[in-house]
Design a protein around this ligand. Structure first.
Ligand code: ARG
Ligand code: ZN
Length: 874
């Protein structure tokens, strides 16, 4: 079944409120749902009520307390249709179902994880609990009563404020919750279990006290402190930056170990993958701490962008996700180093979203049709969606952006809104027209902008010609020109910046607004030949094609006033060199000298005036997958690997003295997860990698491993060994030590699996098979599967793409197997093959065969068949 944006229609009945009662039991949980509704005005009296279900069995059905005549309803596992309902008066429908959380392996709806009952309802999990209007535009006030055994479930939690509770019957107790804020079913949550708890409070800007609670597995309480701290900072930030205050007496977070995604913003009761809650210096890396901070903030910010204002339908998913990612990015930038944060965002966008946009799974930020909505929680909806919001701010300016947001909150509080509603607020606040801009929501694919410049020495004029194009994507063969805001600077020979702006064009704000296919901007009175720094800070998510000399790139890298632009110039230079070297390697030719690149990188590494975190970013070469993306077609992963290794080692040898020095530069003394110390550790880590490469020995890394007193350094050292010296005795020994030391800590063991899966080379597949076959390997845990299979298939180009196709067959086999239990996880892992058509012919054929084998497996879920069909469609 295909769902289409243009088919939107409101429900025939309006839900006023819903009261849910749960009698929890692992295999026979009884759910009673009392829903008060009335027929929508204008809906004919013979129109039936149609509720959604998913694998449900109906136990009972009443209208205003009396059983409904079976002749008046039809029920299947997926739907409940009731006829003969009152014409205008409100009525109450009582629906009883029995569900089995214990055997719910899809991790959607109500399920069990480590003995804890928990829910995941977004997008369509509520229909696995009871028959209901399971769609985001049906907002209702919820009352929830939970009954459970005291031994099994000490805490009984749901959304909203606690009403009360107590003893129920022999051995059982109950609790009741009331959420006064009308919400859609996807924000419903229930958690019940025996958990550890840490508590704090937050006083809002208007002086209300909010109880903060984070529930984790017993014994892990000390690892929840950082998440609590991040939560309080998020709450304060949303008040200060957006004027948004929290709106219940209590805010709760529960960390669970089996979770399909990162976390979920259920009203007042966020449920998290424990990977994004638990951290301490001994078990979490700096990156883990940063992710926790970002995701805690993300889910908290959803309270306003997502919950108070939700989506009319799932096509509008980016309305809440793009905007909330934009907000969590801004939060992290404020808490840490803004340029370093931006660099990481650009890297991520190019590494994940650009390939999605360039392949068979490309779709607009707001899709227009889908078969399975779970497959649209994508980097396009999230990350490109965030970039689009960022561009809105670039176009209207900071002040009007805030005005537009205020208007959005004021006008749509309590609504299920659309992208049109959102854009209208900025149009009104700024007096601009967003018609052309809105193409960012409807046209898929990454635009290309070709830039050419012309310097006239005699007239002192500088001409910039911009030309945009957008390649066809599935279902969209022809595209209209978009509004592309390109931040820029002209850097003069002395390194200063030209202050003038182009004639006749609206570009005074440091932004060239490209709105036609081709546009020329002329600068006059330019004192000397300038170097153009374009798409500064990645103001638009586009590919820039410009012939710029190495000397000009070096000029930007040295002088640009914008740190992100300096990194962009360095990264461009590295990318060009690596692309060239990879092509030559593929053709079996000699590689060019990387001397120029090495000089820049070593000079950057040694420049103490630069932030350590920035230097670490500059030293991190584009990944093999980045090089593959730039090359675009006929990819030979082995050639790319060989070329990149050669460049790494040339840089390493050129800078050994500097790297050797920096490798010892990690902060001494007690660990702090703050950005400054994390930056110093990042620089020390990358320097250790270069030094070890130059020395051709794992000794340095092994010493760092043995001396490490925190997980960041420990895993950096282990990574240097597994990446560069996978077969060395020191590496095997370190892996064993790591495994033994963290045998009881699943989240840390995930790192052990990933590091091995990421070791380059065709031989890694055998190791992955061995690990998969281990008797304590838990195939039902999504984190574990992602750590091993996900890391291997999406992070190890030479291993996964081994020429014999063994990697593809491994993935196909696992996807078909996982699909029987957890379709969402299976579909997500399968997307690792989304760029298969850009491979060289032989690998492409192997990949195609693997995809065809999945398609012919039979009994596929909608999730997996949707992905495999789109990937195979021409
Ligand atoms: N709304 C959640 C977040 O962005 C993600 C939930 C995704 N759930 C899903 N079933 N696809 O934090
Ligand atoms: Zn989100």
């Amino acid at each position: 079944q295909v769902f289409k944006l243009k088919d939107y229609k409101p429900t025939d009945f309006v839900v006023e409120r819903i009261d849910l009662t749960f009698e929890l039991d692992p295999r026979e949980t009884k759910v009673i749902s009392r829903v008060i509704l009335h027929r929508r005005e204008g809906v004919a009296k013979d129109v039936p009520l149609v509720f959604d279900g998913d694998e449900l069995t109906l136990d009972g059905l009443q209208l205003d307390g009396s059983d409904i005549d079976p002749a008046l309803y039809d029920v299947t596992p997926d739907t409940l249709v009731i006829r003969g309902l009152p014409e205008s008066a409100p009525f109450e429908v009582t629906v009883s179902t029995t569900i089995s959380p214990e055997t719910n392996t899809a991790l959607m709806g109500l399920y069990r994880t480590n003995g804890v009952y928990c829910t995941q309802c977004e997008a369509e999990g509520f229909r696995r609990i009871t028959y209901f209007y399971d769609r985001p535009d049906v907002l209702a006030v919820y009352t929830v009563t939970i009954i459970a055994s005291k031994d099994e479930a000490k805490y009984l939690l749901s959304n909203g404020n606690y009403l009360g509770g107590g003893n129920y019957d022999e051995g059982r107790h109950f609790a009741a919750w009331f959420d006064p804020h009308p919400k859609p079913s996807y924000l419903f949550a229930l958690v019940a279990g025996d958990l550890g708890l840490i508590e704090d409070t937050f006083t809002t800007m208007s002086g209300r006290e909010v109880a903060l609670k984070i529930y984790v597995e017993h014994g892990k309480e000390p690892r929840a402190g950082y998440a609590m701290d991040a939560l309080k900072r998020s709450m304060r930030w949303d008040e200060e930056v957006y004027g948004r205050e929290y709106d219940l007496d209590i805010f709760q977070i529960v960390a669970v170990s089996d979770f399909n995604m990162g976390a979920m913003e259920n009203k007042g009761l966020n449920v998290f993958n424990d990977k994004y809650v638990l951290a301490d210096p001994a078990t979490a890396t700096d990156a883990d701490f940063a992710n926790i901070e970002a995701i805690i903030a993300h889910e908290y910010f959803h309270n306003w962008t997502g919950n108070r204002i939700t989506c009319r339908d799932w096509f509008q998913l980016c309305l809440k996700e793009g905007l909330t990612v934009y907000r969590d990015h801004a939060f992290s930038a404020d808490q840490r180093s803004a340029p370093v944060k931006r660099i990481a965002e650009i890297r991520l966008l190019k590494a994940h979203q650009f390939p999605e946009d360039a392949g068979p799974l490309a779709h607009p930020v707001r899709p227009e049709s889908y078969r399975e909505i779970n497959n649209f929680y994508t980097t396009t909806v999230y990350e490109k969606g965030s970039e689009v919001v960022r561009m809105i701010r670039t176009v209207v300016g900071a002040e009007d952006f805030r005005k537009g947001m205020d208007l959005y909150f004021e006008r749509h509080d309590g609504d299920a809104a659309t992208i049109e509603d959102f854009l209208a607020c900025f149009a009104e606040a700024s007096g601009r027209d967003f018609k052309q801009f809105s193409l960012w929501y409807s046209q898929a694919g990454t635009p290309s902008v070709t830039v050419s410049t012309d310097w006239n020495e005699a007239k002192k004029t500088f001409k910039v010609t911009l030309e945009q194009s957008l390649a066809p994507t599935p279902g969209q063969s022809r595209k209209a020109p978009m509004h592309i805001p390109l931040a820029y600077g002209l850097i003069l020979p002395d390194g200063s910046e030209f202050a003038g702006h182009p004639t006749g064009k609206e570009a005074a704000d440091g932004v060239l607004h490209l709105t036609r296919r081709r546009q020329v901007f002329t600068f006059t009175g330019v004192p000397g030949r300038p170097v153009l720094s374009i798409n500064r800070g990645f103001s638009a998510p586009v590919n820039i094609a410009m012939e710029q000399s190495t000397a000009d790139l070096a000029h930007i890298a040295r002088h640009d006033s914008d740190g992100v632009a300096r990194w962009q110039a360095i990264s461009e230079q590295a990318t060009r060199h690596l692309v060239e070297a990879s092509r030559l390697a593929r053709d079996g030719r000699n590689l060019p000298s990387a001397r120029d690149l090495a000089d820049i990188l070593v000079a950057t590494a040694a420049d103490d005036s630069l932030e350590p975190a920035f230097r670490a970013q500059a030293l991190t070469l584009p990944a093999e997958s980045d090089i593959a993306r730039e090359i675009g077609s006929n990819i030979d992963p082995d050639a790319i690997h060989a070329a990149r290794e050669a460049v790494l080692s040339e840089i390493a040898r050129a800078g050994l003295a500097v790297f050797s020095d920096l490798a010892d530069g990690a902060p001494k003394g007690p660990y702090s997860p703050g950005a400054a110390d994390a930056g110093r550790r990042a620089l020390a880590g990358i320097a250790m990698n270069y030094a070890a490469i130059a020395e051709g020995s794992p000794a340095r890394a092994k010493a760092a491993f043995d001396a490490a007193d925190n997980m960041t350094t420990l895993s950096q050292a282990l990574q240097v060994m597994t990446q560069n010296f996978p077969a060395a005795a020191e590496t095997r020994q370190a892996l064993d030590t790591f495994r033994t030391r963290f045998a009881d800590d699943p989240l840390v063991l995930d790192k052990w699996y990933s590091l091995q899966a990421l070791a380059p080379g065709a031989g890694t597949r055998a190791r992955v098979e061995e690990l998969l076959a281990g008797k304590d390997f838990d195939r039902t845990n999504p984190n574990r599967m992602r750590a091993l299979v996900g890391a291997f298939t999406s992070g190890n180009p030479t291993g996964f793409n081994a020429a014999d196709g063994g990697g593809y067959r491994l993935l196909a086999r696992e996807v078909v197997d996982i699909d029987k239990r957890n379709p969402q996880l299976a579909a997500r892992l399968l997307t690792a093959m989304r760029s298969w058509r850009s491979l060289e012919a032989e690998r492409q054929e192997q990949a195609r065969l693997a995809l065809v084998s999945i398609r012919s497996a039979g009994n596929l879920s909608a999730d997996v068949s949707d992905i495999v069909d789109r990937m195979l469609a021409a």
